[in-house]
Design a protein around this ligand. Structure first.
Ligand SMILES: [Zn+2]
Length: 446
């Protein structure tokens, strides 16, 4: 099947789909944990308060099934995720330690299997809507959990909805570009497709060799068939809107021109905003949203996902604003009067002053030019628009439960199995999340 015939709507008339389970925002990683699913509910309140439901279709996605999640994750890991609870954790602790479950970053919490099924279900369904031509942009703020590995939970991420969403897109599209705006490197997605030339990964993030997860240097560029199809933009702390936009647009434009993706997955981790509890950049909400607007302007079917974000009133502001950008709607700066209105004081606006104009940033124009130059050199070695024949669309995840037998086509070949990676080819230097703030600073009324 030639995906060039797949419909893409004019920019002003995107058909936008939005996937959200109301139950997701009621879950909790536990008291004091910086990852707060309540931010999803806050986002949804603002989205509805601004009337954005009038400009898109809102769906409650099916939670992903075990079979769907095992398209990427190993059976023994999924089995542990399903079985462990806070009540039986003590008995299971020793046997699940190897999966990273029960660590500080990834505690065992009630209903966590249900929670991650919702996150994955949203991204899989978003991919279905894009791939079938039903939507031009598909939003899942429950998704974007980019650190999860095949058999290991990491950095608050237990299942990798992004990998599952991309696998679903590969049923329809020849080439998928993954773009990661989170302040942390998108290591789980990069690792999954490190040997594939059908998925290009582009991550722009803070990098100093120690900042979590410790990977994402310019030197990490892929292996084998995927050599040069992983692109990293490592930045120093404190980067402002102007510098962030310049390097992001330069690199993204070059990558899109060269790779010619037929679909894009955009992870919008909001911990790259100024004032984030774990992040370190000096980027505004408008600045963050400008990256979404820029990618949308290419008119390529795009999945828009959440990710990190730990000052949750700003996460909600940012993702509500980016929903409006996807819908092509201008919303007022004054926030709508939602049930959580008081939480947005003292300014009660969508775009509060988060950035510090005088903050020092070592990201000089010369250092950014150097990064741009290295990446342009790397892209010279990328085969322009590599293609594969897609003769038959294999059954979708959504349909799979209703089918007997095996997959018609095993499209999972694009996922790099762990055992094929040689140690020296694999990104190394992983550190535990170094806490930059004390536990009591994580306090949040939600
Ligand atoms: Zn992050």
């Amino acid at each position: 099947m030639d995906d060039s015939s797949r419909p893409t709507a004019p920019h002003s008339k995107e058909r936008v789909s939005y996937f959200y389970n109301l139950q997701a925002s009621t879950e909790s990683y536990g008291e004091g944990h910086p990852m707060k699913p309540a931010r999803l509910g806050l986002t949804h309140e603002l989205v509805i308060g601004y009337g954005l439901h009038n400009y898109m279709n809102i769906y409650t996605p099916w939670p992903a099934s075990t079979t769907q999640i095992e398209a990427f994750h190993s059976t023994d890991y999924v089995d542990a995720l399903k079985r462990v609870t806070p009540n039986n954790y003590d008995k299971m602790a020793a046997s699940i330690k190897r999966f990273g479950l029960g660590e500080d970053d990834c505690p065992v919490f009630s209903d966590m299997w249900d929670y991650f099924r919702m996150s994955c279900g949203g991204s899989i369904m978003a991919a279905n809507y894009l791939g079938s031509g039903a939507s031009d942009m598909a939003i899942n703020w429950m998704g974007g959990l980019h650190h999860a590995k095949k058999s290991v939970a990491s950095g608050f991420c237990y299942t990798n909805d992004i990998v599952l969403g991309i696998l679903e897109l590969l049923r329809y599209y020849q080439r998928v570009l993954y773009i990661d705006l989170d302040v942390h490197h998108g290591d789980g997605v990069q690792d999954a497709f490190y040997g594939s030339n059908r998925v290009m990964t582009l991550s722009i993030h803070a990098y100093d060799g120690a900042f979590f997860p410790g990977t994402g240097s310019l030197d990490e560029s892929g292996i084998g068939r995927g050599k040069n199809y992983a692109v990293n933009v490592p930045l120093q702390m404190g980067i402002d809107d102007a510098s962030y936009h310049w390097i992001f647009k330069e690199v993204a434009r070059n990558v899109i021109d060269k790779f010619q993706p037929s679909a894009i997955v955009l992870q919008c981790g909001a911990d790259s905003l100024a004032g984030d509890r774990l992040g370190s950049f000096n980027v505004s909400i408008k600045g963050h949203g400008e990256c979404v607007r820029f990618i949308k302007s290419f008119g390529i079917p795009t999945m828009v996902l959440g990710g990190g974000g730990y000052t949750i009133r700003n996460v909600a502001r940012c993702w509500a604003y980016e929903t409006s950008v996807c819908c092509g709607v201008t919303v007022p700066n004054e926030l709508p009067e939602t049930v959580s209105y008081d939480y947005y004081g003292p300014d009660f606006v969508l775009h509060p002053n988060l950035t510090s104009p005088d903050r020092y940033s070592p990201n000089t124009r010369a250092s950014l030019e150097k990064i741009r130059h290295r990446i342009v050199e790397q892209l010279r070695h990328v085969e322009s628009a590599p293609s594969v024949q897609i003769h038959q669309i294999p059954p979708s995840f959504a349909q799979f439960n209703h089918l007997d037998g095996e997959w018609a086509v095993d499209f999972r070949e694009d996922v790099q199995p762990d055992h094929r990676l040689r140690a020296e080819e694999f990104p190394v230097h992983r550190w535990k999340n170094s806490k930059t703030v004390d536990d009591n600073e994580f306090y949040d009324p939600f």
